[in-house]
Design a binder for this molecule. Structure first.
Ligand SMILES: [Mn+2]
Length: 328
């Protein structure tokens, strides 16, 4: 285990721009044996081979780590998740390789499984949204079929995209069809724009998937929508239990997250998303989470898309911490 803080120990804090690049300056390990007693492990999944439009999400894990700030008390929630309540480590990147998405997916799934086998919760930094497939398959291998809360402009339930069955537009179709995600305990939030069409929405309705569109968020407010999501996931479904949280940063309005492959105007605000993921991580038993589709172009906290992705992870960690201390 390498603690990037060690060289700055006499100051009690490390400049964000110096030292080994880890999430929040947290200790770094690639050894599964060192995950004993760890609550949450951060994993990078730097691949973008399966996008339908702009590439670049392979650069996101480094950018999100670079946009990170040290642990500290969450001023609104009144808890220091990273510094006091949880033991969190940066488990490094899954050993992905360029131009072979099947091998990269297998590497991501194996790395996520190492975290789950140690009893820790994996939080994966994408990558394009195709990585949700190995992320969630690993969780289901460990827990059985899982519930899913999915923030996105798009449903990602295509049977194919440009004829391809494995794409960043198809993971949720494949996960439901394979029995990995329980469709009755699957809720989508933030849908808008012009894809998919009647066939995909018909398939979703037939399986009992719950969809909240941007007009639901706009008209009813994020608090009412999230309350409904929690009710849908918390019910006595066939697989009541662990929930995976998947956040596609394109759910945000491009004003808040311009660095993404398929931006769609009219999206959520950062304030709504950050509150929503914290609430979900507090109220539902998360088995894992990912934040995907960030295409960075700046450096450190000047890359506003990487910055909001980093804070999204941090809100999830804050929710997990609130749940751990029983402040639900
Ligand atoms: Mn997506």
């Amino acid at each position: 285990m390498i603690n990037p803080m060690n060289r700055w120990a006499q100051y009690g804090e490390k400049p964000d721009y110096a030292g080994l690049l880890t999430f929040s300056g947290l200790p770094y390990t690639e050894d599964p044996a060192e995950l004993a007693g760890v609550d949450v492990a951060i994993i990078g999944a730097p691949m973008d081979d399966l996008v339908s439009d702009a590439p670049g999400a392979r650069f996101a894990p480094r950018a999100i780590r670079a946009a990170s700030c040290p642990p500290g008390p969450h001023l609104e929630a009144g808890i220091d998740a990273l510094g006091e309540v949880l033991t969190v480590v940066d488990f490094g990147d899954a050993p992905v390789i360029p131009a072979d998405p099947a091998t990269s997916h297998a590497a991501i799934q194996a790395t996520v499984e190492q975290v789950l086998q140690a009893g820790a919760i994996p939080i994966i930094l994408g990558g394009d949204h195709s990585i949700a497939e190995p992320d969630i398959r690993a969780c289901a291998t460990h827990h059985g079929p899982v519930g899913l809360v999915h923030f996105d402009t798009h449903t990602d339930t295509g049977r194919t995209v440009f004829g391809a069955t494995v794409s960043h537009g198809t993971p949720m179709f494949r996960l439901v069809e394979d029995g990995v995600v329980d469709p009755v305990r699957y809720a989508q939030v933030g849908l808008r724009g012009y894809w998919p069409g009647d066939e995909e929405f018909g398939w979703q309705r037939d399986r009992g998937i719950t969809s909240f569109f941007m007009h639901d968020v706009r008209d009813r407010g994020i608090r009412a929508v999230v309350a409904d999501v929690i009710r849908a996931l918390d019910g006595p479904g066939p697989s009541a239990g662990p929930v995976f949280l998947s956040v596609d940063v394109d759910v945000l309005d491009p004003a808040f997250a311009p660095g993404t492959g398929t931006p769609e105007p009219g999206g959520m605000t950062s304030a709504d998303l950050l509150w929503a993921v914290r609430e979900i991580a507090t109220k539902l038993p998360l088995c894992g989470a990912d934040v995907v589709e960030v295409i960075p172009s700046g450096i450190g906290s000047r890359d506003i898309t990487a910055l909001v992705a980093e804070r999204t992870v941090r809100e999830i960690l804050t929710g997990i911490a609130l749940r751990k201390v029983g402040r639900v």
